[in-house]
Design a protein around this ligand. Structure first.
Ligand code: HEC
Length: 131
């Protein structure tokens, strides 16, 4: 069920990217739920983490929500190595951090201290599979 929704979402994103996108989307393979991340991690477990912890600030499709969280699909920031992204997620980014662009805090582990490092790697794998 969940995987079906993920695939439907991926197809939708691919379709939207095909309309007026500036980059040729025809050459990129459509992301699928089974897409492997180069840095390891379980994409479908990561989707669950994303939905429960991150989507409230970053939007269900990770396109970001104004004043809450930034876009996480296909950005330069998200193209970093998975390990570096996990390291980022562990500490987050406070409003007074020089890199902060919104004045809003990205809480450590998305504000969910029960997330382990493997959960963070999974959510990174999921986000990379979207972009
Ligand atoms: C309470 C809201 C909130 C939650 C929950 C949250 N974030 Fe964030 N996140 C933010 C904000 C705000 C920023 C932007 C900070 C800034 O201005 O640089 C951010 C930034 C980020 C960035 C950096 C993006 C960039 O381009 O600089 C990543 C990656 C990220 N969040 C991932 C996650 C993940 C993964 C989760 C879930 C585990 C999560 N966030 C949960 C609010 C949140």
């Amino acid at each position: 069920m969940r995987i079906t929704r993920l695939i439907a979402g991926a197809v939708l994103v691919a379709l939207m990217a095909g309309c007026g996108g500036t980059t040729p989307s025809s050459t990129a393979p459509a992301p699928t739920a089974a897409a492997a991340s180069s840095g390891g991690g379980d994409v479908s477990a990561g989707a669950d983490v994303y939905k429960s912890t991150c989507s409230s600030c970053h939007a269900p499709d990770a396109s970001g929500l104004k004043g809450l969280g930034k876009e996480l699909v296909g950005t330069t920031f998200m193209s970093q190595a998975s390990d570096d992204l996990v390291a980022f997620l562990k500490v987050g980014r406070g409003p007074s951090d020089a890199d902060n662009t919104t004045g809003v805090q990205m809480p450590p582990r998305g504000g969910n201290p029960s997330l382990g490092d493997d959960d963070l790697l999974n959510v990174v794998a999921y986000l990379k599979s979207l972009g």
